[in-house]
Design a protein around this ligand. Structure first.
Ligand SMILES: Nc1nc2c(ncn2[C@@H]2O[C@H](COP(=O)(O)OP(=O)(O)OP(=O)(O)O)[C@@H](O)[C@H]2O)c(=O)[nH]1
Ligand SMILES: [Mg+2]
Length: 234
């Protein structure tokens, strides 16, 4: 079973806690006494996985903690509220932080929450979809109140995380070993070497020609000895 750590990010009040509560506890009214660390096992594409969900605080004063949450997580759920344009605009900055910390291929989904509040809508579905296209991720309008698309959003994130993991080539632990040189390949290498030097492996080894200088000196020395012997007797 695979395990994923995902984090919800977005401005205060967009419904992050309500989404996690709906996903993990199947209820809308959040009661802190039943908070269980937001963990859940779900089946995605007939394979079980374990999700640890980090619910963050959207307030400004938690900005410094955001980097820590991003660093610890593998998947990102970016949440805005369809009744507030400001919450949509803020996500660009959040995404930039994710890109800076995790790199260009960070896996995320974009959620426009409180979608049942149609009469208060300030952001059209088209605008949400356009931002998701810009971010290169999936987009859903959700309602933590009615549970619309909440499970689907988490499942889609898991699917994207798995796809990203499975498409990465496994990094070799060591350099691949060079194949052992067989007899034939050694023979080939030798004949290639000799063809370069224009020599043949079967030719007789090169022999120094007799050294004429050395020979002349030896002859001269011998004649001097003969001369000396002759002068002794003369
Ligand atoms: N109508 C409606 N209200 C919602 C929905 N989701 C959340 N709310 C309400 O919006 C308010 C804020 O929701 P929270 O879940 O506390 O928002 P948050 O993003 O966790 O806010 P911070 O923790 O301050 O960052 C609460 O009163 C929720 O009941 C929704 O889908 N529909
Ligand atoms: Mg909250």
């Amino acid at each position: 079973m695979d395990e994923w750590e995902v984090v919800l990010l977005g401005l205060g009040g967009v419904g992050k806690t309500a989404i996690v509560t709906q996903f993990t506890l199947n209820c809308f009214e959040y009661d802190p006494t039943i908070e269980d660390g937001f963990r859940k096992q779900i089946s995605v594409d007939d394979r079980m996985c374990f999700l640890k969900v980090i619910d963050t605080a959207g307030q400004e004063e938690y900005g410094s903690m955001r980097e820590q949450w991003i660093r610890e997580s593998q998947g990102f759920i970016l949440v805005y509220c369809i009744t507030s344009r400001e919450t949509l605009d803020d996500l660009r900055m959040i995404r930039q932080s994710i890109m800076r910390i995790k790199g260009g291929d960070a896996i995320m989904v974009l959620l426009g929450n409180k979608c049942e509040l149609e009469y208060e809508r300030a952001v059209s579905m088209k605008e949400g979809a356009a931002l998701a296209k810009e971010f290169g991720c999936e987009f859903f309008e959700t309602s933590a109140k009615t549970a619309q698309n909440v499970d689907l959003a988490f499942m889609t994130l898991v699917r994207a995380l798995r796809q990203a993991r499975d498409s990465k080539p496994p990094t070799p632990l060591t350099a691949p070993p060079t194949p052992p040189a067989g007899r034939n390949s050694i023979r080939k290498r030798i004949s290639r070497l000799f063809s370069k030097t224009n020599a043949s492996p079967h030719r007789k080894p090169y022999q120094e020609p007799p050294n004429l200088v050395h020979g002349a000196i030896a002859a001269a020395q011998q004649s001097r000895i003969t001369l000396q012997v002759c002068s002794c007797f003369s």
